[in-house]
Write a protein that binds this ligand. Structure first.
Ligand SMILES: Cc1cc2nc3c(=O)[nH]c(=O)nc-3n(C[C@H](O)[C@H](O)[C@H](O)COP(=O)(O)OP(=O)(O)OC[C@H]3O[C@@H](n4cnc5c(N)ncnc54)[C@H](O)[C@@H]3O)c2cc1C
Length: 383
């Protein structure tokens, strides 16, 4: 593993860093309040290539790997978790599933628009009664002449309010469990597809999260993504990569909170000296810096295993767990260093801190990551 980013990756990092500083940071508070990231910002991200990083070049993307995705998402999350979540759900989940399992015709139809931001994508696995235990989903797809009819409820659909295309997991066999679920493409505007009102969330507020209702939604045979009854298996592969991406989102949030604390501790004085001259503050800053650096290394190490074609799922879980829980700790310490100012919305750390909590819940909660890490350890030992 090389610790230096390649020239290509540095270029992506700088592009994302520059865009985030100029076009995201100044507005992130407003988007948090209005619960919406403007469409033109999403389109701009697509136009400069930030939404199609991992989409193959033949379908209009940059053809980069998961490491590039982590670099981009970290830079955006540094200023706004919600925008980073929009990118992660669009590029990592929706485009990631299509890249993995769609056929060439489906890829040609959807990926170029998704790569350039002309269209935003959503990925629908969770349901009102099941998130962690997603294999218990009850949305059904019944075979009909020339296609399928979908019925059910989906929950927590990121980007659902603006998405042009939804990858929907539905049960295709009348039996419980993971091997009777398939993935389908449902387009916005499909008859019977109802998009609910966005949740009023604690954090990630600029990112819309909606419930979906599917009532006799008809799709063609060509809407099936991947093999019949293997949609959940593909979804798990999408989530393995997604965990690395959420790890990088956490690194970005933690880094934002750290950088703001370092700045404030240099400007703010107490007892005649800048805050950072007090040892108690230095200890906090040192722990925060150590956390962010270590999390970034774990995230990049995990990403490299996927890019090398030897995906290490345990490394992905370790990275997500360490980065997300650490980001929350860093955020609260940053608020502490900011004192009373940190408790107000004038300081972006308050928003970033609220954003961090989602990273411990979404795409497999911390409890799930711990289960997976321990299980993988025993599997390795018995192999
Ligand atoms: C902002 C946001 C965006 C989201 N975006 C999407 C999206 O785009 N697409 C999508 O499909 N889903 C999305 N989700 C759903 C998300 O993945 C789920 O919320 C998550 O998987 C947890 O599921 P749950 O909320 O149903 O909690 P539950 O599964 O009900 O779990 C509740 C608690 O119990 C714990 N728990 C559950 N089972 C066990 C166990 N066996 N052992 C120990 N502890 C356990 C969990 O860790 C959690 O702490 C999103 C969620 C949020 C909040």
């Amino acid at each position: 593993m090389h610790f230096e980013l390649s020239d290509d990756l540095r270029a992506f990092r700088d592009l994302a860093r520059d865009f985030a500083a100029k076009h995201i940071a100044p507005h992130a508070r407003k988007w948090d309040e209005s619960k919406w990231i403007p469409d033109d910002v999403v389109r701009q991200m697509g136009e400069i290539g930030l939404l199609g990083v991992t989409i193959p070049e033949e379908y209009g993307g940059a053809g980069q790997g998961l490491l590039a995705m982590t670099v981009v998402v970290e830079e955006i999350a540094r200023h706004c978790g919600a925008t980073a979540l929009l990118v992660a759900a669009h590029a990592g989940l929706c485009c990631g599933h299509l890249r993995l399992a769609a056929n060439d015709t489906q890829k040609r139809k959807y990926l170029p628009s998704l790569a350039t931001g002309k269209m935003v994508g959503s990925w629908c696995l969770s349901e009102p009664h099941c998130g962690t235990d997603a294999a218990a989903l009850t949305t059904r797809a019944e075979k009909a002449s020339g296609g399928w009819v979908l019925n059910g409820q989906k929950m927590w659909v990121t980007n659902g309010k603006r998405a042009g295309v939804f990858v929907v997991m539905a049960r295709t066999k009348n039996e419980p469990g993971a091997r009777s679920i398939s993935a389908f493409i449902v387009e916005r505007g499909a008859k019977g597809l109802e998009i609910g009102e966005p949740e009023d969330k604690m954090g990630m507020r600029g990112s819309d999260t909606v419930p979906l209702s599917l009532e006799d939604v008809r799709v063609g045979d060509d809407a099936l993504v991947g093999n019949l009854d293997e949609g959940y298996i593909d979804a798990l592969k999408v989530l393995d990569r997604g965990r690395v991406t959420i790890g990088s989102l956490s690194v970005g949030l933690g880094r934002g909170c750290l950088e703001e604390a370092v700045k404030y501790a240099a400007e703010r004085k107490s007892f005649g000296v800048p805050l950072h001259m007090h040892q108690a503050i230095q200890l906090k800053l040192a722990d925060m810096e150590t956390q962010v650096e270590a999390a970034r290394l774990l995230v990049r190490q995990a990403a490299c295993t996927f890019d090398a074609g030897r995906p290490d799922k345990q490394a992905a879980s370790i990275a997500k767990l360490f980065a997300s829980e650490g980001a929350s700790r860093v955020a609260w310490e940053s608020i502490q260093i900011h004192g009373g100012a940190g408790y107000t919305k004038d300081i972006c750390v308050e928003r970033l801190a609220r954003d961090t909590k989602l990273c411990e819940i979404g795409e497999g909660s911390s409890e799930v990551q711990r289960m997976l890490i321990a299980r993988a350890e025993y599997q390795k030992r018995s192999a």
